[in-house]
Design a binder for this molecule. Structure first.
Ligand SMILES: O=P(O)(O)O[C@H]1[C@@H](OP(=O)(O)O)[C@H](OP(=O)(O)O)[C@@H](OP(=O)(O)OP(=O)(O)O)[C@H](OP(=O)(O)O)[C@H]1OP(=O)(O)O
Ligand SMILES: Nc1ncnc2c1ncn2[C@@H]1O[C@H](COP(=O)(O)OP(=O)(O)OP(=O)(O)O)[C@@H](O)[C@H]1O
Length: 431
């Protein structure tokens, strides 16, 4: 293990100019890359494919944190590493991973604290807004007093993005709920956060309301007067949204999304869910009333080009692979190839979309980051940010991803050594 490398995250590190792999130096002992994720993700085919390429460079040794230890053992007993690949998926104890990173200060490939934000679609949308990333017009209906976040994340969102979550403190839980009615605009810059990470921070511009993308869009987190006015219209705080619209649970882990159709379209709703075999949604003609329990985001239904989603996968801020797939809204039939893989086609990103990918990667501090775009008549909108996710079944992507990661990590070690030798107060020692 290399003791000069710690306490950093890869999210803001620019890639070195060359995308060619750095040549191994036989004299160096390998850096230890710790994989701290649920077994299913840590041992997935894409992860295994990419890590075996990293290992083959001779620069890195890979160690897996066993799921049992992740779930049940104290973080003090977890293995040591130079670089930490840690990310939330269902059942993963994110708080423990954050505590481990604070204790051992490895270089975090994906920012851990901001992964808290990924779990609530309201926070995701606020961060997108704060970074000027286009989203669908929406109404937010909160019946839970807003997102629950740690004080550290709350402070970071305030400092980075001007998102104020500080008012309604829930003392019983020691957590913070969000009464903020508006998003602010911000520009990314770099600094250190309370968890000791260098990450995407923001320069608050104090431009309240400046990034609401439609006249009726609002980000209200304490819902007072939400009503379904008639079969086709919902309303809140004087803003109305007409069907077709999309109803999404605020919980990012809840994939029970509904699309409600207007009476003029025949009404009813299409219910989406995590794929079950070859099914991703089903139409229910009897649904016209929106759900009145729980908290939801209502988005304008976008009529997307070719009825396709665009799935984007970043590897650092300078590279993203994108694929189109049939939207689950079309008919809910998953189209698969002979090997059972959902059929997708690689699609080039426009310059604007590349800029969106760069901003998403940086804003959420997630080097490896999957997110979804909708293309509508020449405009692209981000509808979902998933965090750690790899392209599946694409050897060329695995090569590229491993190559970029290798260069990024090695580059980081060089920068870190250099910055450690700088006198304090130059400003560069915080990078
Ligand atoms: O991002 P990831 O790689 O962690 O995977 C996500 C999701 O990717 P997304 O978020 O980009 O949509 C996958 O959908 P796809 O990208 O393959 O279409 C989905 O696979 P799936 O439904 O089984 O799909 P099929 O393999 O049947 O085609 C997978 O479900 P699990 O199989 O239960 O792991 C999800 O994991 P989680 O969020 O932990 O439930
Ligand atoms: N505003 C919108 N307009 C049109 N279609 C939408 C909109 N928002 C979402 N969809 C459709 O609904 C699907 C599910 O939405 P979303 O990605 O937000 O949910 P999710 O459950 O988080 O999905 P994922 O499986 O990517 O995690 C999208 O893939 C897209 O086809």
């Amino acid at each position: 293990m290399h003791d000069q490398l710690n306490g950093k995250t890869g999210s803001n590190e620019p890639l070195p100019p060359s995308s060619q792999p750095t040549q191994p130096s036989p004299s160096m002992s390998p850096y230890i890359v710790g994989i701290c994720a649920m077994h299913k993700k840590a041992r997935s085919k894409p992860m295994t494919s990419i890590l075996s390429r990293l290992r083959a460079t001779g620069h890195f040794e890979i160690i897996y944190f066993e799921e049992n230890a992740i779930l049940h053992d104290a973080v003090e007993t977890w293995p040591l590493c130079d670089f930490l690949v840690a990310f939330y998926s269902t059942g993963f104890p994110l708080d423990k991973a954050i505590a481990y990173a604070k204790l051992r200060r490895p270089y975090c490939v994906n920012d851990l604290r901001l992964q808290e934000a990924l779990r609530d679609r309201r926070l995701v949308l606020k961060i997108l807004d704060a970074n000027g990333i286009p989203t669908a017009p929406r109404i937010v209906v909160s019946r839970d007093h807003g997102p629950i976040v740690s004080p550290e994340l709350s402070e970071r969102l305030r400092r980075c993005y001007g998102v104020n979550l500080n008012c309604n403190r829930d003392h019983a839980e020691g957590r913070v709920s969000d009464p903020d009615q508006h998003a602010s605009h911000a520009h990314a810059m770099q600094s250190n956060d309370d968890d000791g990470n260098a990450t995407a921070l923001a320069e608050e511009k104090n431009t309240k309301n400046s990034v609401i993308h439609a006249a009726f869009a609002t980000v209200s987190d304490v819902t007072e007067d939400f009503t379904q006015v008639d079969d086709d219209t919902i309303q809140q705080d004087g803003y109305a949204l007409r069907k077709p619209f999309v109803e999404k649970p605020v919980d990012g882990d809840d994939h029970n999304v509904r699309i409600y159709y207007a009476s003029s379209q025949g009404g009813g709703a299409r219910c989406l869910f995590r794929k079950v075999g070859n099914k991703s949604s089903e139409f229910r003609s009897e649904l016209s009333q929106v759900r009145m329990e729980g908290s939801y985001i209502y988005e304008q239904f976008m009529r997307v080009d070719n009825a396709e989603d665009v799935k984007v996968y970043t590897v650092g801020a300078s590279y993203a692979h994108a694929e189109t797939r049939k939207s689950p809204v079309v008919d809910g039939e998953v189209v698969r190839d002979a090997s059972g893989k959902e059929i997708r086609r690689t699609t080039p990103l426009s310059d604007t979309e590349k800029e969106i990918a760069r901003k998403v990667c940086r804003a959420f501090g997630q080097t490896i980051c999957g997110f979804d775009l909708l293309r509508v008549g020449g405009q692209s909108y981000v509808i979902d940010v998933n965090g750690w996710s790899f392209v599946k079944g694409n050897e060329a992507y695995y090569d590229r991803c491993a190559c970029i990661l290798q260069n990024m990590l090695l580059h980081t070690t060089r920068r870190r050594r250099y910055s450690l030798s700088l006198p304090k107060g130059t400003g560069l020692d915080n990078m």
